[in-house]
Design a binder for this molecule. Sequence first.
Ligand code: BT5
Length: 281
Amino acid sequence: MNNPQTRFPSNSTEDPTWAQAIKHRLATSVIGHKILCYTRTSSTSDIAKDLAGTENKEGVVIIAREQTQGRGRLHGDHPRKWYSPPGGLYASILLRPTISPNQAPCLSLVCAIAVTNVLLKQYNISAGIKWPNDVLINDKKICGVLAEGSTRNESLRYVIVGIGINVNVTSQSLRKGAQSSGTSMLIELGTELSITEVICHVLEEFEKLYIEFIEHDLSKLLHSYRSLLLTLGQWIKIQTIDETLEGIAQDIDSNGSLILQLADNSVRQIYSGEVIMSKRI
Ligand code: BT5
């Protein structure tokens, strides 16, 4: 049994009324069968990790209006920070997919497709994806996705997909958090939106794509993913764990890896990295 202290961190304030409102509006069958909402917490992904010890059924969703220790992907040994002021949407989904551990990173691509589809179709915001899973509008980041998996005896125990979306975050707030290169739905549309509605759209779209992914791996979703990618066919510079490479972003393979054609025409498969520059050719 988990220590309640860790399960509900002391700086967390639960908001069961908000959880009920989301459940009432949500039209999904698995994702969000249980929802825990917080006004403020350290990181929704930490709470989800803690719950993974006791919650056997996948689809539990943890949502917060503010995070004090929101994190992004690892950079060396340290996670990058995800600036998480009030006005943003911070959510983590506990999943137990029956896939091999090396397929787990694909879930962040699936989630990036879901968020981008919602921005495009529900809000008419022309968003695209920067490989692997940043959602951008005019080169400005509006959403980041983080998939963290846990394995035992070489099989996947669970994956937590964390989603941060700047919904009603103002440009002043982004400046204050040193994220002037980011944007928000409020900035793009000039109007505040219901965070409840945004999370319901995202969870509904994610569930649809997650089921397709489980049934057919990434193959059925690759076409959508490619069409949303901003850098395909472009000359890019990419920072991997141990080197910086430049070349043409040729394609994405069925594991979600980027296929990069270098200047000498050799081809590299990049599993993870950060695109730091791109230009049309
Ligand atoms: C990500 O990492 O983009 C993944 C972010 C995932 C956040 C969610 S929120 C719910 C759940 N709980 C958590 O604690 N995390 C997840 P990465 O690709 O490493 O990008 C991090 C970089 O994005 C930072 O170094 C900044 O440059 C930039 N950034 C940070 N906060 C931002 C914001 N609010 N808006 C735009 N860009 C931001």
